[in-house]
Design a protein around this ligand. Structure first.
Ligand SMILES: [Ca+2]
Ligand SMILES: [Ca+2]
Ligand SMILES: [Ca+2]
Ligand SMILES: [Ca+2]
Length: 101
C-alpha cells in the first residue's frame, strides 16, 4: 500500500472514515474505495482540486467545507447546497419566452 495510493494529497490512512479499513469507504458508491478514487464524491472534480488538504499535511482535517453543510467539498457531491452556498449560481432560467401570448 502506498502512503497516498490515489495521489489526491490525502494519505491513505486518512481516507478511512468509518473506522474499518480504507477499502470499505466508498463515498460516491462507484465501487472504487476512496483511497483509490481520485474523485471521491463523483462530482467530476478531482479531490485534489476540491481543497481536500489546504495545508498539505496529508490529513483532511482542514478540508474546506465551502457550503457549510458539514461535508467537506471533496466528499460532497453537491457542494453548493449547504447554508453558505459559496459558488451558488441559479440555474439559467432565462431561456427566452416560455409562455406564449
Ligand atoms: Ca489519497
Ligand atoms: Ca468511490
Ligand atoms: Ca470530486
Ligand atoms: Ca459541504
Amino acid at each position: 500500500m502506498d502512503t497516498d495510493d490515489d495521489g489526491d494529497g490525502v494519505l491513505t490512512k486518512n481516507e478511512n472514515y468509518n473506522g474499518g479499513t480504507p477499502a470499505n469507504d466508498d463515498t460516491d458508491g462507484d465501487g472504487k474505495p476512496d483511497y483509490l478514487d481520485t474523485d471521491d464524491d463523483g462530482d467530476g472534480k478531482l479531490s485534489k482540486n476540491e481543497r481536500n488538504d489546504p495545508n498539505g499535511d496529508g490529513s483532511p482535517a482542514d478540508a474546506v467545507d465551502g457550503d457549510g453543510d458539514g461535508k467537506p467539498d471533496y466528499l460532497d457531491a453537491n457542494d453548493t447546497d449547504g447554508p453558505r452556498r459559496p459558488g451558488w449560481r441559479r440555474p439559467d432560467q432565462s431561456a427566452g419566452s416560455h409562455i406564449g401570448h
